[in-house]
Design a protein around this ligand. Structure first.
Ligand SMILES: [Zn+2]
Ligand SMILES: [Zn+2]
Length: 126
């Protein structure tokens, strides 16, 4: 491949923004690749920033999924304990403790399922 601007020169790489071939003179080396000197640098810097920000967002989303699972488990455990306390102090025939004791497993199962589920957010590079 030759340079987009200088057809007689061999390209040393391609621009990350417009994908045109660049010779040594036309290429602006940036953090993660090349850009057309004077025209695509700003856009490639923006692309790099967007990729970095996306990686941070994905990492936060993965963390939140896991922490929600743990919170769901804790709520399930609290309902179970509360139901147990209610049952130990309830008179015969009261259904309230049963309601709690039956709903606790729902939270616990949901929490475990969520913990086991493979993250829907891909791991960022690095
Ligand atoms: Zn370009
Ligand atoms: Zn050139």
């Amino acid at each position: 491949m030759n340079c987009f601007k200088h057809n007689d020169r061999v390209a040393v790489g391609i621009c990350r923004s417009c994908a045109k071939g660049l010779c040594m003179e036309c290429a602006a080396p940036l953090t993660n690749g090349l850009a057309c000197k004077g025209s695509c640098e700003e856009r490639v810097n923006l692309l790099n920033k967007m990729i970095d920000n996306n990686a941070k967002t994905l990492s936060a989303a993965r963390y939140q999924t896991k922490s929600h699972a743990v919170i769901t488990l804790i709520i399930g455990a609290m309902i179970l304990v509360f139901g147990g306390i209610l049952k130990s102090t309830a008179e015969a025939g009261q259904t309230m403790p049963l309601f709690f004791l039956c709903s606790a497993p729902v939270f616990i199962v949901l929490g475990i399922l969520r913990l086991m589920k493979k993250s829907q957010y891909p791991a960022a590079e690095k």
